[in-house]
Write a protein that binds this ligand. Structure first.
Ligand SMILES: Cc1ncc(C[n+]2csc(CCOP(=O)(O)OP(=O)(O)O)c2C)c(N)n1
Length: 359
């Protein structure tokens, strides 16, 4: 019986600027200086938004919060390739990409305060509320991508997930359906090395997540998720392909969650100092800063004025958040169904009475 190879090797990996700032000039994406700077601005906004959220949580001004620190390059590199009208199906660590498509910061903070109004996005912002059940949003992204295909639309859908999400049945169902029906969906997996305390090596025996797409006959790539230019380039190729071919694509960004899983966690219980230091040296913002400085696009004065501009913006947004009128108790049931089932109708009536009685 003749034997032949079904596929040669595994999927490709892309890195452009290494963590010491070295790069091959011909790999640098052809972006204007403004766009190169914009990538930095986005990353810095995300980092500063995040630090403020951690502070607000510690001061009791928002509830439990899941930090995106370390994943700024993933979300910024993707953001620059999205067009208005593209759909996002985020998980709970996608505040960066959400602010990048124009969702106001006070909305995002409000949602982490447990206020449902945080997820009421304005017209033209096609973003689902962040999904907490791990992996579930990937199915939503497949469904939206299928609808976009059937309606001959130019937009695409992006479904987000972590490494943990790829161990859920939802991930595999989403990929299979997307491939069979040619969904216009990008599966954007941020492999930040941990699902809460479970390390990647214990999550799967596969050497990458990108290779999992192969079983569904889907194109994929693994990218250094702390290298914003690599993420930009890989996302561009993937999104151009989805728009042109109406077929799905998977990107695995290899990155690191630099903070606790959420503010209810203590990562020092399960991660070594050496490991944390290893990744600190690979901080996506520091790496890109070296690159921009070497190109003469960033200097201390520019950095200082950008930082104070962002600081001011964040403080204004926090003020809006804290001046929002109190939410209504009925908000708890108002945003799940268009027609409430009987048991929620009963609950709603009860909540309405309570509200009247308590002013
Ligand atoms: C279906 C489901 N199971 C378990 C949980 C509890 N949980 C919340 S986050 C998380 C880990 C998710 O890890 P990963 O997908 O890698 O995303 P990350 O938190 O690293 O961004 C778990 C198990 C949940 N929210 N949903």
């Amino acid at each position: 019986m003749a034997r032949s190879k079904i596929f040669e090797g595994f999927v490709e990996r892309l890195e452009i600027v290494d963590y010491e700032g070295r790069y091959d000039e011909k790999e640098i994406p052809k972006l204007s200086e403004d766009s190169l700077f914009k990538l930095y601005e986005l990353m810095l906004k995300m980092r500063m938004f995040d630090q403020k959220a951690l502070n607000l949580q510690r001061q009791g001004r928002i509830s439990t919060y899941g930090s995106l620190k370390g994943q700024e390059a993933c979300q910024s590199g993707l953001a620059l390739n999205l067009k208005k009208g593209d759909f996002l199906a985020p998980s709970f660590r996608e505040h960066g990409i959400m602010m990048a498509i124009g969702i106001p910061l006070h909305n995002i903070y409000a949602s982490w305060k447990g206020d449902e109004r945080g997820n009421l996005f304005s017209e033209g912002i096609n973003c689902l509320p962040p999904s907490i059940p791990v992996g579930s949003q990937l199915l939503h992204a497949t469904g939206i991508g299928m609808a976009l295909k059937f309606k001959n639309k130019d937009e695409i859908a992006v479904g987000f997930g972590g490494d943990g999400a790829t161990s859920e049945g939802d991930f595999h169902e989403a990929l299979n359906f997307a491939s069979v029906f040619g969904a216009r969906t990008l599966f954007f997996i941020q492999n930040n090395q941990y699902a809460i305390s479970l390390p990647f090596a214990k999550q799967t025996n596969a050497r990458s997540i990108a290779q999992k797409a192969l079983s569904y006959e889907m194109k994929s790539i693994q990218v250094d998720g702390n290298d914003v230019l690599a993420v930009y380039k890989a996302s561009k190729e993937a999104i151009d392909y989805i728009r042109k071919e109406s077929k799905p694509y998977l990107i695995e960004c290899v990155t690191y969650r630099m903070e606790n899983h959420t503010t209810s966690d203590d990562h020092t219980k399960y991660r070594s100092k050496e490991e944390i230091e290893f990744w600190l040296k690979r901080d996506p913002i520091e790496r890109y800063k070296k690159f921009l400085t070497s190109k003469g696009i960033l200097n201390e004065a520019k950095e200082k004025s950008l930082t104070s501009e962002i600081q001011k913006w964040i403080e204004e947004e926090v003020e809006i958040l804290e001046n929002m009128p109190k939410p209504k108790p009925t908000d708890i049931v108002d945003y799940v169904y268009s027609d409430l089932p009987w048991y929620l109708k009963e609950e709603r009536e009860f909540l309405e009475k309570e509200e009247k009685n308590n002013g």
